[in-house]
Design a protein around this ligand. Structure first.
Ligand SMILES: [Zn+2]
Length: 250
C-alpha cells in the first residue's frame, strides 16, 4: 500500500464510523429531547398542582369565615326576636344587615375560588394527559435507541478497531493533517480531483469546486509522497485510478 492508499483506506473507514455514530447520535438526541419535554411538563404539572392546593386552602378559610358569620346571623336573629325596645330592635337590625353584606362578600370570594379550583382541575387533567402521551413517545424513543445500539454497536466496535489500524498505517504528520481536516469538515478530509477539460488542462477540487492549477495534478501523478492539498479548502486531494491511468498513457 502506498501512503495515499493508506489514507484513502482510513478515509473510507472513517466515513463508515461517522455514519454509524451519527445514526446512534440522532437517536440519542431524539431521546434527550423527549426527556426534556417530559421534565418541562412535570414542572408545570407541579406548579398547577401547588396552585390548586393553595386555592383549596384559601377556600377552606373563607368557608370557616362563612360559618362564623352564619352563627353570628343566627344569634342576631334571636336577639331581634327578643328585642324589648324599638331602639334595641333597630340597633340589632342594623348590625344584622351589615353582617349580611359581609356574608355576601365572603360568598362571592368562595365562588371565585371554586371557579379557580375548576379551572385548575381542567389544567391538571390536561397536563396529566400530555405527560402520559409524552411518556409513550419517550419510551418509543428509548426502545429505538436500544435497537439501534444492538444493531450497530458490534459493527461500530469492529469499525473503530479497523480505523485505529488504518490510522496506524498513515505517516504521523499526514495523520495529524487528516484528523484536523476531519474536525473542520465533519469527516470530509479528502477531496477527489476532477478533470473538467483535458485539452485545456482544467481540473477542479471535488469538494469546493475551485479550479486547480495543473501543477497540482502533476504532483499527484508524481512519485512524491507529500500530501497534495486544495489551495482553497485545504482538503487532501486524491485522484481516481482511472484518471491517473489515462493521464499516464499520454
Ligand atoms: Zn477544495
Amino acid at each position: 500500500m502506498t501512503p495515499m492508499d493508506s489514507l484513502l483506506h482510513l478515509n473510507q473507514v472513517n466515513a463508515q464510523v461517522r455514519g454509524l455514530r451519527s445514526r446512534l447520535g440522532s437517536a440519542e438526541r431524539y431521546l434527550a429531547a423527549q426527556n426534556r419535554q417530559l421534565e418541562d411538563l412535570n414542572v408545570t404539572r407541579k406548579e398547577v398542582s401547588s396552585r390548586q392546593k393553595h386555592t383549596k386552602a384559601t377556600m377552606a378559610n373563607f368557608e370557616t369565615e362563612m360559618a362564623a358569620i352564619d352563627e353570628r346571623i343566627e344569634k342576631l336573629r334571636n336577639e331581634l326576636n327578643s328585642a324589648e325596645t324599638n331602639k334595641q330592635y333597630t340597633a340589632v337590625l342594623t348590625e344584622l344587615n351589615t353582617v349580611k353584606v359581609q356574608r355576601g362578600e365572603v360568598e362571592d370570594q368562595i365562588l371565585k375560588e371554586m371557579e379557580m379550583v375548576d379551572t385548575l382541575d381542567t389544567q391538571l387533567a390536561e397536563r396529566k394527559e400530555q405527560i402520559s402521551e409524552r411518556k409513550k413517545v419517550r419510551d418509543h424513543a428509548k426502545n429505538q435507541l436500544e435497537e439501534r445500539k444492538s444493531e450497530v454497536g458490534e459493527r461500530l466496535d469492529e469499525l473503530e478497531t479497523e480505523r485505529e489500524q488504518a490510522a496506524a498505517a498513515v505517516p504521523g504528520k499526514d495523520l495529524e493533517i487528516f484528523e484536523q481536516l476531519v474536525e473542520i469538515y465533519d469527516g470530509e478530509a479528502m477531496a477527489e480531483l476532477f478533470e473538467i477539460n483535458r485539452r485545456h488542462r482544467e481540473y477542479a477540487c471535488g469538494a469546493c469546486n475551485i479550479h486547480l492549477p495543473f501543477e497540482l495534478v502533476s504532483r499527484l501523478m508524481g512519485a512524491c509522497d507529500d500530501l497534495v492539498r486544495c489551495a482553497t479548502c485545504s482538503r487532501i486531494l486524491y485522484m481516481q485510478d482511472e484518471l491517473r491511468g489515462s493521464l499516464a498513457k499520454k
